[in-house]
Design a protein around this ligand. Structure first.
Ligand SMILES: [Zn+2]
Length: 286
């Protein structure tokens, strides 16, 4: 007898072994963390970076584990496993009020009003569509269904959505092209955040800015709630950044990192940073 559900639930995943994205040390060099699972071990490297030592291959992300499908499953799992702490968390939503809501389209609009803007993990393109008229909106989306919807929407504004893994797509884009890049709730999912930041630096115009929003592994809520913290999603979230580890990683790729205190309050589950590609001084031209 066969169970019809077995096909999808038990299908073997294609697995990608990882090293520390920040210093490239082998996983064994780091400490095994209790927030991982047997299938998805989590390490804190000697350099301080926390990450999953395995990742599902990209083919899985574009179909089986696509966000629109896992979001519902994850919510149901959370409710089952953490009913009490979930209620506690909902009861303390006042914490959010301490944190002035940041909005990606508004941040980008305040930094540039023309040129090409790229949103990595653009979903259906909703954020890009809110940008000022002078901006040409481009997105990258790994989910086929979401990417097609985004491409249709962005075409009306002279842009498009590239469907595929971020790194492969970025490698095909022109150097010094974009005025701004948005990485909102994306970098924690990326198997190669170091190489993506390297590419972001290359395709950004001098003076251009990357805005990054990721879960803050250094948040108080993570320390209090442990495994029940909303930032843990195995195996969707591969990287667990703190303001310090994100700063070190981005700075190692050439960025000047700005992280206003109000953008990284330890009372918030998320943090924002601004990565700037400072123009190179041309004094040595003679
Ligand atoms: Zn490391």
């Amino acid at each position: 007898m066969t169970n019809e559900n077995e096909g999808t639930a038990a299908a073997p995943l294609d697995i990608l072994p990882r090293r520390c994205p920040a210093c490239h040390a082998a996983p064994e060099a780091g400490r095994l963390m209790r927030f991982g699972s047997t299938a998805w071990p989590m390490r804190q490297c000697v350099c301080g970076f926390t990450y999953l030592e395995k990742a599902p291959a990209y083919a899985e992300l574009s179909s089986n584990l696509a966000w629109e499908k896992t979001f519902k499953q994850e919510g149901e799992r959370r409710l089952r496993e953490h009913r009490v702490s979930q209620k506690l968390s909902k009861g303390t939503r006042w914490r959010m009020k301490l944190f002035k809501r940041l909005d990606m389209p508004a941040l980008i609009a305040a930094s540039c009003t023309s040129g090409d803007v790229l949103d990595i993990g653009c979903s259906t393109g909703g954020h890009l569509m809110k940008l000022p008229d002078g901006i040409h909106p481009f997105g990258i989306e790994i989910s086929q269904a979401l990417g097609e919807a985004a491409a249709a929407a962005l075409a009306q504004r002279g842009g498009t959505a590239y469907i595929g893994p971020a790194l492969d797509t970025m490698q095909k884009l022109e150097t010094d092209r974009f005025s701004a890049i948005s990485m909102r709730s994306y970098l924690e999912h990326e198997a190669y955040p170091d190489r993506v930041l390297e590419e972001a630096f290359r395709i950004l115009k001098p003076g251009g800015i990357v805005f990054v929003k990721v879960p803050n592994y250094g948040s108080i809520n993570r320390m209090v709630r442990g495994r029940a913290w909303c930032g843990f999603r195995l195996p969707d979230h591969l990287n667990y950044f703190t303001p310090d580890t994100l700063t070190r990683l981005a700075a190692s790729k050439g960025f000047t990192v700005e992280k206003p205190f109000m953008w990284r309050l330890p009372t918030s589950d998320n943090m924002w940073v601004r990565l700037i590609k400072k123009p190179v001084a041309t004094a040595a031209a003679a």
